[in-house]
Design a protein around this ligand. Structure first.
Ligand SMILES: [Zn+2]
Ligand SMILES: [Zn+2]
Length: 287
């Protein structure tokens, strides 16, 4: 129970969990679409998934997300520049708050996350080393066996079908974040029952006219990846098999227009009979 302003007891309702895409694109920031960065917020818990150029929205219209937050957890899926560029901007947001930064480490790469990131972000590319960039930062390897943030279970899964290994993240039953990957059958178990599946969607499949049966899913998924990314139909099938509430396509191809991205989601949702939409920068999703 908490006290309200009248001195009367009020019921302490559980905080709503909300996911705000700050950068829903991949590769190149384009008008209306920054590169990979997503903010998960529940009460005083703020988790940033990836640090692409979208993080700049935290000094613009989404600065409210940082209100009252003293400690932020950051999780980096992999080291491609469209996912880490925003680390360069950290001094704008973290002058008086702590950042726990997790990134793939020795289990997936030959070096620790700290070694990889400090090697990338150092003079002469930056005025000083990443560790000295903001007053309070701790860089850690992602514990692949899982961890808890403020009592919420966080699970991880290595995805090996991108150019370099990437890490999928599951936050309680709120969401699963699977970016920069071809469709992997194991994602079904990993994302089972989440409210929102955020999944890489780079291109449109030639969608078969007949309905896809569960028995066909594994074969179809194998055909629905290209250059380390996934098709719209693959995302819909994964969402259907994992019984998620809503599938949300992410990491949009900058060469596709919003209309094309929307059509990809609508087409695949119709074939697989799932609720499916596409992430838009700044458009929050309850999860
Ligand atoms: Zn990417
Ligand atoms: Zn990538």
């Amino acid at each position: 129970m908490i006290e309200n302003g009248n001195g009367k007891d009020a019921v302490d309702k559980p905080a709503k969990a909300v996911l705000t895409p700050l950068g829903s694109g991949g590769w190149i920031p384009v008008k209306g679409r920054h590169t990979a960065c997503y903010a998960f917020k529940k009460g005083k818990t703020l988790v940033l998934l990836d640090f692409g150029t979208g993080i700049t929205r935290l000094i613009e219209e989404h600065d409210y997300l940082l209100n009252g937050i003293e400690k932020v957890t950051g999780i980096i899926s992999h080291y491609h520049i469209d996912h880490i560029m925003g680390l360069f901007y950290l001094p704008a947001f973290f002058t008086n708050r702590h950042l726990d930064l997790y990134a793939p480490g020795k289990g997936l790469y030959s070096k620790s996350a700290k070694d990889i990131l400090e090697n990338t972000f150092q003079p002469p590319q930056l005025p000083r080393k990443l560790a000295d960039f903001i007053p309070s930062i701790e860089i850690k390897d992602i514990p692949m066996s899982g961890m808890k943030i403020d009592g919420i279970d966080i699970r991880f899964r290595a995805q090996m079908s991108h150019v370099h290994p990437t890490v999928a993240v599951r936050i309680g039953d709120h969401l699963a974040y699977c970016t920069d990957t071809e469709p992997e059958y194991e994602t079904i178990g990993f994302a089972m029952g989440v409210n929102v599946l955020l999944h890489d969607c780079w291109f449109a499949d030639k969608i078969p006219a007949d309905v896809v049966t569960p028995a066909q899913v594994k074969d179809l998924l194998g055909l629905s990846g290209q250059n380390g990314h996934s098709s719209n139909l693959a995302v819909a099938l994964l969402a259907r098999e994992a019984k998620v509430r809503t599938a949300v396509t992410i990491h949009h191809n900058p060469l596709n227009s919003f209309l094309e991205i929307e059509k990809m989601a609508i087409d695949a949702a119709g074939i697989a009979a799932v609720e499916m939409t596409y992430a838009e920068d700044g458009k929050s999703i309850e999860c």
